[in-house]
Design a protein around this ligand. Structure first.
Ligand SMILES: Cc1cc2nc3c(=O)[nH]c(=O)nc-3n(C[C@H](O)[C@H](O)[C@H](O)COP(=O)(O)O)c2cc1C
Length: 191
């Protein structure tokens, strides 16, 4: 018998990303965002959801662009800090000792120390309730050489991204490889 928890944002796994934006004056800001995920393959798109009160919300409305910076496990404290204070109060990247670099295509900064970066341009903003969902078209994916595997792609076990546990407010790192997608289920398909 399952226990009911009612309507809540209680689901696993949830990523936590650092979203980079420029303000009107071109100052870089970064915020922790857990309400995000892939939402389309062609064109490649992601959504992130933000409250209107955040500087990141205002910056995306202004610049129509943002970067998604995927943290490795060793950067979880920096990401948490990005979620504790607004860029209206502190220069977060400066305080965290991290370097903002201008994206090659999108009008947004990325964080040099983060191993995987998506450059995005705003496609649509969808008012949902407390949060507004921003759909960003992925214009480019940037990855550090040391997280690129033998198949020429950035690999999860090299990046070691941070997972977030909503409601409990815990951070986790990823575990072992289980198997291949679109293959592992064939054992059952062919039974
Ligand atoms: C783990 C974590 C996840 C968060 N996820 C979101 C989110 O998905 N959307 C949001 O609006 N705020 C989220 N926040 C809060 C923002 O990061 C926070 O309000 C931040 O101060 C906004 O910064 P800014 O004003 O510089 O944009 C999260 C915070 C933490 C610690």
């Amino acid at each position: 018998m399952k226990k009911s928890f009612g309507p809540r944002t209680l689901v696993y796994p949830v990523p936590v990303w650092a979203v980079g934006t420029y303000d009107k004056e071109g100052r870089p800001d970064v915020a922790a965002v857990a309400w995000g995920g892939v939402c389309c393959s062609i064109p490649p798109c992601v959504t992130i959801s933000l409250r209107k009160a955040t500087l990141t919300y205002a910056n995306i409305m202004e610049r129509k662009a943002f970067s998604i910076n995927v943290p490795s496990a060793g950067l979880f404290k920096e990401v948490d800090y990005f979620g504790l204070v607004s860029g209206r109060e502190q220069d977060k990247l400066c305080r965290a000792g991290l370097k903002a670099v201008r994206c090659r295509i999108a009008d947004a900064p990325y964080i040099d120390e983060f191993p995987l970066v998506l450059e995005c341009r705003l496609l649509q903003a969808l008012e949902i309730g407390l949060h507004t969902a921003f759909i960003g078209e992925i214009l480019d994916v940037l990855a550090d050489e040391d997280v690129i595997g033998e198949q020429g792609f950035p690999e999860m076990n090299k990046i070691k991204p941070v997972l977030y546990s909503p409601e409990l407010h815990d951070y986790y790192e990823t575990g072992a490889l289980l198997g291949k997608a679109f293959q592992s289920g064939k054992d059952i398909l062919q039974k």
